[in-house]
Design a binder for this molecule. Structure first.
Ligand code: CP
Ligand code: NVA
Length: 308
């Protein structure tokens, strides 16, 4: 039986906060939880959830993961706590981390998340920022590993906005040495700091490819991935982005250009007929709901490691 090991970093703010060994360990623990081979008790431990943006999957999967570990969660939202009144993060972090054993935070700026982590005396988890969504990436790679057993020869093509979800996928891709292709319209490339960090980790292997042509990007790919074109906080850019992303929809004709055994992933929530068609979401190639389920298993594993 495998037991959770303590991670070297106190916090999980980025995909790069775990080593590749720790990443594989979290996935192994997650698999054991999924197969019901592992029973870890974190009785009386409390996870504080601070969500400045809406959430279905992240919120509920953390709540259920904590409850399966025998612990509890406390949920805060800006309108019913003093966060909305503008209480400084350094005060909120110091207070809440004295009550809770771990905090999961969904907010806008990565620098605000870093500020929580700086002042919190307990581990802080990134539950999505504008820059990264590393819990999502853990579940994504768990789903890919379930399908292809290992990551050798896996080519992942992300089609859409080079935003938080793409950034965390790229960083883990670099850590694991996976070929990542991103197809996005001009001006919507992933964050430069992320690209440069990934390139450094890949060393001189040319495995991160960014293009504006979705058809060439999917040739022979094993995993096709997309995310919404307009993320939370970008509601006022929706009309413009819908125009800019025309031609970047994952539909059956694009899927036919990928490897014949390719699978399709989406972090959800989806706008059907924008970034992906209804047909593709409901097709045999879709592993989207397995991927959603895996959010709970990887987060249960992550909590076990951070609190062990
Ligand atoms: N994928 C994801 O993070 O979904 P929610 O916004 O529903 O949490
Ligand atoms: N990029 C999306 C992901 C949602 C899970 C957003 O930030 O809204």
């Amino acid at each position: 039986m495998i037991n959770p090991i303590k991670l070297v970093n106190k916090n999980f703010l980025s995909s790069l906060d775990t080593s590749s060994e720790e990443f594989f360990h979290i996935l192994e623990i997650a698999k054991s939880f999924k197969n019901k081979d592992l029973n870890i008790e974190l009785k009386d431990k409390v996870l504080g959830l601070i969500f400045d943006k809406p959430s279905t999957r992240t919120r509920v999967s953390f709540q259920v993961a904590m409850s399966r570990l025998g612990g509890t969660t406390v949920e805060l939202n800006p309108s019913t706590s003093q966060i909305g009144r503008g209480e400084p993060i350094k005060d909120t972090a110091r207070v809440l981390s004295r009550y809770c054993d771990v905090l999961a935070i969904r907010t806008f700026k990565q620098s605000d998340l870093d500020e929580y982590a700086k002042w919190s005396c307990k581990p802080v988890i990134n539950a999505l920022t504008d820059l990264e969504h590393p819990c999502q990436a853990l579940a994504d790679y768990m789903t890919i590993k379930e399908e292809f057993v290992d990551f050798k020869n896996v080519v992942l093509t992300f089609i859409g906005d080079g935003n938080n979800v793409a950034n965390s996928l790229i960083l883990y891709g670099a850590l694991l040495g996976i070929e990542i292709r991103v197809a996005c319209p001009k001006g919507y490339e992933p964050n430069n700091v992320v690209i440069n960090s990934a390139k450094k980790i890949y060393k001189n292997k040319n495995l991160l490819k960014i293009t504006n042509d979705p058809i060439t990007a999917v040739q022979g790919a094993n995993v096709l991935y997309t995310d919404v074109w307009s993320s939370m906080g970008e509601e006022n850019q929706k009309e413009e982005k819908d125009k800019d992303f025309l031609g970047f929809t994952i539909d059956n004709s694009l899927v036919r250009n990928a490897d014949k055994d390719a699978i399709v992933l989406h972090c959800l929530p989806a706008y059907r007929s924008k970034e992906i068609t209804d047909d593709v979401i409901e097709s045999k190639k879709s592993r989207i709901f397995e991927q959603s389920e895996n959010r709970m298993h990887v987060q249960q594993a992550l909590l076990s490691c951070l609190l062990s």
